[in-house]
Design a protein around this ligand. Structure first.
Ligand SMILES: [Zn+2]
Length: 142
């Protein structure tokens, strides 16, 4: 009968990693500040790295996005038909700031009629705020 005894240095390494993961999980606020500081410090470097990463993996990243988008065919179908149906109903006026020009329909859900007409900047702002709300929810809910 043979037994595989893990190498003690491997065990120690794994123990350390687990500890670090747990510590990070239990101190999210601390690491959030640290990450932010770190990011600010190396912002240019990180941005360049991100850019390079994107350039290198552009095809793969786009494919991934497309795959993610088409993951639920039913949602896709509804999205497409809703888009078609309402696209020519655009007034060209942002329902939030009243700006005239190019507008998007922002769907609050994929049920028909659940949408608002927004200009590009309001639409963008909506998603930025949505991301913030999500982050806040995650922090509160943890
Ligand atoms: Zn607007």
């Amino acid at each position: 009968m043979s037994m595989t005894v893990p190498d003690s240095s491997e065990v120690a390494k794994e123990k350390k990693n687990t500890y670090q993961r747990e510590y990070r999980k239990n101190n999210p606020e601390k690491f959030r500040v640290l990450d932010k500081k770190n990011r600010e410090k190396h912002e240019e470097k990180i941005e360049e790295k991100d850019r390079n990463y994107y350039k290198k993996n552009k095809k793969r990243l786009i494919e991934y996005q497309m795959k993610k988008r088409s993951v639920d065919p039913e949602t896709n179908k509804i999205r497409q038909s809703t888009y078609k149906k309402f696209n020519d109903k655009k007034k060209g006026v942002c329902s939030k700031c009243g700006d005239e020009g190019r507008t998007d329909f922002h769907h609050t859900s994929y049920k028909p009629n659940k949408f608002v007409e927004l200009c590009k900047s309001c639409h963008k702002l909506y998603h930025v705020n949505e991301k913030r709300r999500e982050q806040r929810r995650e922090q509160n809910g943890k």
